[in-house]
Write a new protein. Structure first.
Length: 154
């Protein structure tokens, strides 16, 4: 199994979140290959200064290459269906390649979400991108543990 997390984020090491991201990345590697890709460029930066609509378009353009027919694509979107850990685990069960997509501060265009195989929500609260990355990685590990009957979930 291969899991990709593509996120609109400036990336870089941060003292608070980096150790958690590395921790969950290592745990996931016992079940799956994991690639975490931070996507941010001048076009996104400029678009965010213009309008929410332009920002969303720039996110769609930047993440378009990750919408492949060879992977199951899952967009994180606060207005989509909320999932619990069991539902989340089912999204991973018996899959070859799974790609999670996390937009920028203004979210995704509706048309982009429609191109994804699934869209899910972790709730209505707003979280920083680095914190969402940590929560997603923890849920990926939890989901893989559930699917493998590992006691981590209990």
């Amino acid at each position: 199994m291969k899991i990709t997390v593509a996120i609109v984020d400036k990336g870089g090491k941060e003292k608070l979140y980096s150790p958690l991201i590395e921790h969950y990345g290592k745990l996931i590697k016992s079940y799956s290959q994991i690639d975490i890709i931070d996507v941010f460029d001048k076009k996104i930066s400029k678009a965010q200064d213009v309008s929410a609509v332009m920002a969303q378009k720039s996110y769609s353009d930047a993440l378009q290459p990750y919408l492949s027919k060879n992977t199951i694509t899952i967009a994180l979107d606060p207005s989509s269906k909320e999932v619990d850990s069991e539902d989340f685990a089912l999204l991973l069960k018996d899959k070859g390649d799974v790609t999670f997509l996390i937009g920028g501060a203004y979210g995704f265009e509706r048309d982009f979400i429609k191109k994804c195989n699934h869209s899910i929500s972790f709730g209505k609260i707003t979280l920083s991108h680095k914190l969402v990355k940590v929560v997603l990685l923890e849920q990926i590990f939890r989901g893989l543990s559930i699917n493998s009957n590992h006691p981590y979930h209990k």
